[in-house]
Design a protein around this ligand. Structure first.
Ligand code: KG4
Ligand code: ZN
Length: 347
């Protein structure tokens, strides 16, 4: 182990997509600060993230966001012992802003830095709050760009069991919202509307993949929703309040169908791999139906503890990046100044 004590200070930086985030972590669990500057207002009118606008916003925000994280933590730059930064996957222009800022700061302070895989950051987010998680664990990462199930024999070891063959789960929510004229990101809005619907959800059928594969697939679900909307003559609403009420059971059913598919794969793979816990991460892990239905799946026989991070640590944040980088640092792995951004980095 490289020099480490319980008051070791790590600065985490995350700029892989559309939020500029910085956090100060003391030891392994004490989040002294976690600042996330959202760009939702910038990208909202376009219905998705515009890469060029995202990088420009990061350039504007990175220095104030890091300054604010240090201020809230009551820590000065000279007290930092490690910088941990996302190096991929993500938008290359966005990644480069955080990575170069981290390199320059590490150089000036003469401290090490670690380049971290964003997906591994999500894997570490439940570990920030839940000590004593048992391995091997399943880890379901569900966000706007990813829907993947991993088997982790231990932290730092990951085997991909299945992934989506088309849209990511969060992307499916975002596209469904766009069809209905609802704001971006679509997941939280659909969650809110579906949760408020007292009627039973419309029953979408689970997609059948003819080759028998257990890949996730969400684009068929989106097409089914579109066909129903066309058949019923329902177009985009000017605001969520003006949404045709017939849409609510459709959204509730859509949400339940996404979650049912995620849980179906987890249950099937768990018969073979016998994990001892299930970890969830990524924006879609905020979804209330996913939280409720996974607790039901546990009661119905999945029989393992399920660990959700609290909502602020479920979506993109820099505290999880700080912990992932600290893990590698403690294993003796640091990055060199030739470290580059890797937009399609795999876990
Ligand atoms: O992890 P994240 O903040 O960013 C990345 O994509 O890496 O995830 C954002 C995604 C968006 O697609 C958003 O619609 C979805 O997570 N999301 C949700 C909920 N909150 C965020 N999807 C369903 N239900 C939610 N409550
Ligand atoms: Zn993410």
């Amino acid at each position: 182990m490289t020099g480490f004590s319980a008051d070791f200070l790590t600065l985490g930086i995350e700029t892989s997509c559309d939020d500029t985030s910085a956090a100060v972590l003391r030891g392994e669990r004490d989040i002294l600060s976690s600042v996330v500057s959202s760009q939702t207002a910038v990208h909202g009118p376009y219905g998705g993230v515009v890469p060029e606008l995202a990088s420009r916003e990061h350039v504007r925000n990175i220095s104030p966001v890091v300054g604010e994280a240090l201020r809230r933590a009551g820590v000065t730059r000279s007290q930092l012992q490690l910088i941990s930064v996302t190096r991929g996957p993500g938008l290359v222009g966005s990644l480069l802003v955080g990575l170069n800022y981290a390199k320059a700061t590490a150089r000036v302070l003469n401290i090490p830095f670690t380049g971290v895989n964003h997906l591994e950051g999500h894997f570490f987010s439940p570990l920030l709050e839940h000590p004593g998680i048992e391995f091997p664990a399943f880890c379901l990462l569900v966000s706007g760009g990813h829907s993947s199930l991993y088997l982790a024999p231990a932290p730092g070891q990951y085997r991909l069991l299945t992934a989506t063959r088309d849209d990511a789960a969060g992307e499916a929510f975002d596209k469904a919202a766009k069809m209905l004229g609802l704001p971006y990101p679509g997941g939280p809005v659909i969650d809110r509307l579906a949760s408020g619907c007292a009627e039973p959800g419309f029953k979408f059928s689970l997609p059948k993949i003819s080759d028998g594969s257990l890949d996730f697939s969400f684009s068929g679900l989106k097409t089914s929703l579109l066909q129903i909307l066309r058949k019923e003559g329902i177009g985009p609403a000017a605001s969520p309040e003006e949404l045709d009420p017939r849409v609510l059971p459709l959204l509730k059913g859509f949400q339940e169908a996404v979650v049912a598919q995620l849980l179906d794969r987890i249950v099937r793979f768990s018969r073979e791999h016998r994990p001892r816990s299930l970890l969830l991460g990524g924006g879609v892990a905020c979804n209330s139906a996913l939280r409720r239905m996974s607790r039901e799946a546990v009661a119905d026989g999945l029989g393992i503890p399920v660990y959700f991070p609290s909502p602020a640590l479920t979506t993109d944040n820099a505290a999880m990046i700080a912990l992932a980088g600290l893990f590698h640092y403690r294993q003796g792995r640091c990055s060199g100044f030739n470290e580059n951004a890797c937009p399609s980095l795999r876990l």
